[in-house]
Structure formats: structure tokens, C-alpha cells
Design a protein around this ligand. Structure first.
Ligand code: NDP
Length: 433
């Protein structure tokens, strides 16, 4: 805390991980102390902070802060998204970069952990202003990244448009066409099934979990929050696997559709027309629209928070338990508050943290890197098949690890220990560096 003042999110993330890996560390405490493994894992390899000057449409020069936290590359090139949002600061990016190390470790793919971004807000900016920002940001960042060094991706505020402008500037500065960013357009090195990956992956993992508990998704009622990328493809895959999804939400309201969410209409409203969920309700007789929040009060077997951080509170957890929900799996990053997680786990709900449950997105990003390296594009079926296998492997790994450490069905312990041990072994093997 003294070495990293005023970074509460980072302190919280480190504390959570360190507390849950305690049983693994205590097994070999003298070694961990002598090699300072925990100190090395909680100190980023490199923290890049830089000025991003750009000119707005009025001719005014604007200045933003740019960041890239290259946290750990023991398992492979640094990998993690770029967040563009006014709330971005060093502590938040360090928290996300730290978490990314263990998420990436769980994917079984050769990727290290990183995160970056800026306090620039793309909302309300013209395309030219966004391009000017991206070009300035990349003018500094390009010195530190590369296909075998550090491969950034999208995150909040960084979509296909921003990745395109960043890639164009990287190419111009280095004269290299290489897989230096993921989330690229399909025509220029992007991967099929990346759009679907996080939502589909979430459901592959939930299905594996249910099968392991002599159950499956067929006939289950599911509540989903969010109506963005993760939520939409979670709904689609859940319905393909025989479940009925009865809710979606956005930042202003939510839909209850007892006949089951119509995914084609949802995509038309949110992805094509970019309208609010009121438009969905207006075109579907079975749907009700409610202002505010409320999806966690609907009776269901499975709950999938897929919107944003801290959207499932202790009161929501109590409601879910009272309604008999059996599984909560996080599609979003940190959607469940700590006390809510504890309550769910203490009341017999199978809870899977985002680190494991939403790892499908970064896993397919790593498959995009593989395709770029061999200069080939795989079919949708090939990528989707690998995604399914990866999510099933993640489930088996976190379930086995939890059991091994005497915490059967505690997937928070399972995910943190499994992700941590692999990285710690690699750091140890690579000597003092
Ligand atoms: P999108 O921006 O596509 O969608 C987010 C959805 O959540 C939107 O429907 C948004 O509504 C809603 N939302 C945002 N804030 C709130 C709020 N305060 N209350 C209720 N609803 C809200 O993002 P993604 O689907 O890509 O990401 C969702 C989460 O998943 C994030 O936590 C992200 O970090 C995480 N994630 C995403 C991955 C990916 O591959 N996309 C990979 C791993 C994690 P509105 O449209 O009104 O803003």
C-alpha cells in the first residue's frame, strides 16, 4: 500500500487473490519468501505513462493521459485490452492488468498479462477526433509493443473503429503488417467467432459445470443482465443449448419476456439500429419493459451478469437465493460485489468468477494471434470448436484445483490457485528477472 498509494482497486484485487491462494502458498512458504515470488507477481514488469496530445474539431489542442501496464510475460507476450473511458487511472489499469495475468493463465494459451488505455472519452467525439487521438496514442505506444512483445486488444470504449485507427498508425510508423493488435476486421487479420466468443464461452463453461453436477441447461430458465456484446451472445448460446432466457437489460431499463428473448430482434434493435430496449418491447407482444433495474428479482435457475462491475449486490444475491437460483456465472468483469459473492457461496449457489467464466474472449484473441502467425484464417467451426474445448478445460481445471485444496465447488479458490500456480512456476523457472 505504501509503495502504491491511492490505488484502492489494485489493493483490493491483490488482497482478494492473495487471500484465496493462501493454502497453495503455505504449502511451500519458505520458497515463496526466498524467491520473493509474491512481490515479483504483484509488481508490474513495466508501467508506461505518457502524454497524448491531439487537435479537436475546433482546432483546440487537447491533452490526455496514456497508459500501458505490462504486468507479467512469464507465459507469453503481454496481452490485454485498451480501455478508453474518463474514469481510467493507474490504479484501475493495474487492477485489470493484475487480474488479466491469471485469466490468461487459465486459458492454457501462451499469453502474459497487461492492460492499458486512456482517460479519453470517445463518446460524443467525431470520427476525425477519435482518429486523431488514436494516432497520437499509437505514436508513443508503438515503441513498446509488437506481435511477439505485447499485443493490445479492445475493451470499454475501444471497438473495431478504434482498433482500425490504431493498427493503421502502427503500420505507418513501423512499416510492418503484423498481428500487433487483436479484434481486427475480418478482411485484415481478424478472427471469425471473436464477436461471439465471450458469450458463447460463458455458456460452454456453465454447461460443463451443470453436466459435472448431473444436470444440463435444457429446460432451464436463465436471467441475463446487459444487452451488449457479451449478453447478446450469451442469450443466443443459452437458447441453442435448450434453455429459456427471459431477461436482458441496459443502463436505463430491462425486459421481461416470458416467451424467451427473441435474439434476432435484440440484435436488430441493439447492433443494427442502436436503439434502446423500449424498441424491443414495442415490437414483441410477449415482452414487458421496466424502467430501472430488476432482472435479479425474476425467478430462474441460472443467473448471468453480463453488463458491468458491481451490478449484483448483496440484496440481489438474497433475492436470487430466495428464488432458488442454482448457478451464477460472471460474463462481465467483477459484476458481483464481494459480500454478494460470499452470500451466494454460503447458500449453496455454484458461483463462477469472471476470471474463468468470461475468459473465452481473450482465448479467441489468442487464437487470432495464432492465425496471424501462420497467415491463415480458420473457419468459424474450427475457432468455435477450440473455444468450447478451452472453456471445458478451464472448468475441469478450476473444479479439480478447488477439490485438491479442500474447497470443493469453490470456483473462486479454484480459479485463483490454478491461474496463480502456473505463472509462479514459470517465474521461478526463468530465474531472477
Ligand atoms: P457492451 O458495451 O457491448 O455492453 C454493456 C452492456 O451493459 C450494455 O447493454 C450497457 O447498456 C449495459 N450497462 C452498462 N452499464 C450499465 C449499468 N450501470 N447498469 C445496467 N446496465 C449497464 O460491453 P460488453 O458486452 O463487451 O462487456 C460487458 C462486460 O463484459 C464488461 O464488464 C466487460 O469488461 C466484460 N468483458 C467483455 C469481453 C468481451 O469480449 N466483450 C471479454 C471479457 C469481459 P447501455 O447500452 O445502456 O450502455
Amino acid at each position: 500500500v505504501e509503495q502504491n498509494p491511492a490505488q484502492p482497486e489494485f489493493h483490493q484485487a491483490v488482497k482478494e487473490v492473495l487471500e484465496s491462494i493462501r493454502p497453495a502458498v503455505e504449502k511451500d512458504e519458505a520458497k515463496y519468501r526466498q524467491l520473493a515470488l509474491l512481490e515479483r507477481l504483484t509488481t508490474p514488469d513495466r508501467q508506461l505513462l505518457f502524454r497524448v496530445p491531439w487537435v479537436d474539431d475546433q482546432g483546440q489542442v487537447q491533452v490526455n493521459n496514456g497508459y500501458r501496464i505490462e504486468f507479467n510475460n512469464a507465459l507469453g507476450p503481454y496481452k490485454g485490452g485498451l480501455r478508453l473511458h474518463p474514469t481510467v487511472n493507474l490504479g484501475i489499469l493495474k487492477f485489470l492488468g493484475f487480474e488479466q495475468i491469471f485469466k490468461n493463465s487459465l486459458t492454457t494459451l501462451p499469453i502474459g498479462g497487461a492492460k492499458g488505455g486512456s482517460d479519453f472519452d470517445p463518446k460524443g467525439k467525431s470520427d476525425r477526433e477519435v482518429m486523431a487521438f488514436c494516432q497520437s496514442f499509437m505514436t508513443e505506444l508503438h515503441k513498446y509493443i509488437g506481435a511477439d512483445i505485447d499485443v493490445p486488444a479492445g475493451d470499454i470504449g475501444t471497438g473495431a473503429r478504434e482498433i482500425g485507427y490504431l493498427f493503421g498508425q502502427y503500420k505507418r510508423l513501423t512499416n510492418r503488417f503484423e498481428g500487433v493488435l487483436t479484434g481486427k476486421g475480418l478482411e485484415w487479420g481478424g478472427s471469425l467467432a471473436r464477436t461471439e466468443a465471450t458469450g458463447y464461452g460463458l455458456l460452454y463453461l456453465v454447461n460443463a459445470l451443470l453436466k459435472d453436477h448431473a444436470d444440463d441447461l435444457a429446460g432451464k430458465t436463465v436471467v441475463v443482465s446487459g444487452a451488449g456484446n457479451v449478453a447478446t451472445y450469451a442469450v443466443e448460446k443459452a437458447q441453442q443449448l435448450g434453455a429459456k432466457v427471459v431477461t436482458v437489460s441496459d443502463s436505463t431499463g430491462w425486459i421481461y419476456d416470458p416467451a424467451g428473448i427473441d435474439v434476432a430482434l435484440l440484435k436488430e434493435v441493439k447492433e443494427v439500429r442502436r436503439e434502446r430496449l423500449t424498441a424491443y418491447a414495442a415490437e414483441r407482444d410477449s415482452a414487458e419493459y421496466h424502467e430501472g433495474r430488476g432482472v435479479w428479482a425474476v425467478k430462474a435457475d441460472v443467473a448471468l451478469p453480463c453488463a458491468t462491475q458491481n451490478e449484483l449486490t448483496l440484496d440481489d444475491a438474497k433475492q436470487l437465493v430466495a428464488n432458488g437460483v442454482k448457478v451464477v456465472a460472471e460474463g462481465a468483469n467483477m459484476p458481483t460485489t464481494l459480500d454478494a459473492t460470499k452470500y451466494l457461496q454460503e447458500n449453496g449457489v455454484l458461483f463462477v468468477p469472471g476470471k474463468a467464466a468470461n475468459a473465452g474472449g481473450v482465448a479467441v484473441s489468442a487464437l487470432e494471434m495464432s492465425q496471424n502467425s501462420e497467415r491463415l484464417s480458420w473457419t468459424f467451426e474450427e475457432v468455435d470448436g477450440q473455444l468450447k474445448q478451452i472453456m471445458e478445460t478451464i472448468y475441469n481445471n478450476i473444479a479439480t484445483t478447488a477439490k485438491e485444496f479442500g474447497a470443493e465447488d469453490d470456483f473462486v479458490v479454484g480459479a485463483n490457485i490454478a491461474g496463480f500456480l502456473k505463472v509462479a512456476e514459470a517465474v521461478e523457472a526463468q530465474g531472477v528477472c
